[in-house]
Ligand binder design. Structure first.
Ligand code: ZN
Ligand code: ZN
Ligand code: ZN
Length: 167
C-alpha cells in the first residue's frame, strides 16, 4: 500500500522546517559550565551556526557588546517543528487505516484469507480448539503483499487477546 498523503505531508514538513540558516547574527550564548560562547545564531530557527569565535573578534564584528542568545526563538521553532512532524505522522496513520480497510474488501485479500484458513484447516492457531473466524496479521510490515506465514487463522476470543495492548 502506498502512502501518498503521508509522503506529501512529510515533504511539506521538510520544506517548512529544513532551515538553510540564511540569516544569522552573532550572539553570546551561555554554555553548561556558565562560560560564554560567541556563535552565530540563525534568525529563523535559532540554531547555532558555525564554530564559536573569540569574544574580541565577536565584538569587533558586531561593533559593540554582543547581544544575548535568543533562547525563545530556538524553543519556539523546535516546538513548531515537533507539532508539524506529529501532524504529518498522524496524516499517514489515518491514511494507512483507510487503505487497509479498503484492502480488506479486495479480491486479492479474500484469496489470501482463503489460503490461510485452508492451510490452518480453519482451526484457530491461538487455542487450536475453536474454529477460526478471521485471519490475523502477525505484522503490518507487508500489508498488501503479505507472505502467507505472516498471516494466521484465529478465533474471536484469541483475536481479542492478540490485539490487547493493555499489559
Ligand atoms: Zn536556521
Ligand atoms: Zn482461539
Ligand atoms: Zn488481528
Amino acid at each position: 500500500m502506498s502512502l501518498n498523503l503521508q509522503r506529501q505531508a512529510y515533504a511539506e514538513h521538510h520544506v517548512k522546517f529544513d532551515c538553510e540558516h540564511e540569516n544569522t547574527i552573532i550572539r553570546r550564548r551561555q554554555i553548561k559550565n556558565g562560560a560564554f560562547q560567541y556563535t552565530h545564531q540563525c534568525l529563523r530557527c535559532g540554531e547555532p551556526v558555525g564554530n564559536p569565535i573569540a569574544k574580541v573578534k565577536a565584538e569587533a564584528m558586531h561593533g559593540g557588546p554582543v547581544p544575548d542568545w535568543d533562547v525563545a526563538l530556538q524553543e519556539d521553532w523546535e516546538q513548531r517543528r515537533q507539532l508539524s512532524a506529529q501532524a504529518a505522522s498522524k496524516a499517514g496513520e489515518a491514511e494507512f487505516w483507510e487503505n487497509y480497510n479498503a484492502y480488506l474488501q479486495s479480491d486479492e485479500w479474500k484469496e489470501k484469507r482463503r489460503l490461510v484458513l485452508e492451510r490452518d484447516n480453519h482451526l484457530c492457531q491461538g487455542c487450536r480448539r475453536r474454529n477460526a473466524t478471521q485471519v490475523h496479521h502477525l505484522t503490518y510490515k507487508h500489508v498488501g503483499r503479505e507472505l502467507l506465514f505472516e498471516l494466521i487463522s484465529i478465533c474471536d476470543k484469541c483475536h481479542e487477546v492478540a490485539h490487547d495492548d493493555s499489559d
